[in-house]
Ligand binder design. Structure first.
Ligand code: C5P
Length: 215
């Protein structure tokens, strides 16, 4: 039987979540959006009014994060993502959440995980590693389109500034910064539709599976 772990990393808004869901669906694998674990922790701190930089409280909340109870609809708010990237710099918080993420990753049939440090830290032995990027401008334009599709209004310059700030925080932190694993396949989706990105990723995965078969 097929056992396949797919690790997907990339900056906010590059389309890795959509890609991860499509691949998980196609290869019949369970999927974990690890960003939700950081978001769940941030949400707990926000709800209790605890400061995000307060390490003992953040660590306590990290222990309470329950992988089987991550509600995207509650956690998708922009403010929660911002707060998540602030608590994600605390090494002890990362240690606790990475341990939980690994328990998900070791399922017998494999799994798809997406985040910032999956190929480098959480699943360094993953059979397939994808690093999904798009230019900051393209990511900001997509985000604006998403807001407008939900009947909201947004300011392109403000969204772009947000994206650049988040990139800086995620790529600049000392513990597990966002960067491609040495053996990651780079996928720049700036000029790609969702479908094209899926087909490109699928081609990479199928290639790895074919080589596994030969071995
Ligand atoms: O991907 P998402 O925007 O939901 O992630 C929210 C924040 O959580 C990221 O900006 C990042 O700081 C943090 N994160 C992380 N490591 C992961 C997933 C998310 O540090 N594996």
């Amino acid at each position: 039987p097929l056992s396949l772990t797919i690790a997907i990393d990339g900056p906010a808004g590059a389309g890795k979540g959509t890609l991860a869901r499509r691949l998980a669906d196609y290869y019949h694998l369970p999927h974990l959006d690890t960003g939700l674990t950081y978001r769940a922790l941030a949400q707990m701190l926000l709800a209790k009014g605890w400061p995000l930089g307060d390490e003992p409280h953040a660590v306590e909340a990290a222990r309470l994060v329950d992988l089987s109870n991550l509600d995207r609809s509650v956690l998708s708010a922009h403010a929660v993502g911002e707060a998540a990237s602030k608590v994600a710099v605390i090494p002890e918080v990362r240690r606790i959440l990475v341990e939980k993420q690994r328990t998900f990753a070791v399922q017998p049939g494999g799994a798809v995980l997406d985040g910032r440090d999956i190929g480098t830290v959480v699943c360094p032995d993953a059979a397939v590693k994808l690093y999904v990027t798009a230019s900051a401008e393209v990511r900001a334009r997509r985000r604006l389109a998403e807001i407008e599709a939900n009947d909201g209004t947004g300011d392109f310059a403000a969204i772009l500034a947000d994206i650049n700030r988040r990139d800086e925080r995620d790529m600049g932190r000392a513990d597990s910064p966002l960067k491609p694993a040495a053996d990651a396949h780079l996928l720049d989706t700036s000029q790609m539709s969702i479908e094209a990105a899926f087909l490109a990723a699928k081609a990479i995965v199928d290639d790895v599976l074919a080589k596994k078969d030969e071995a």
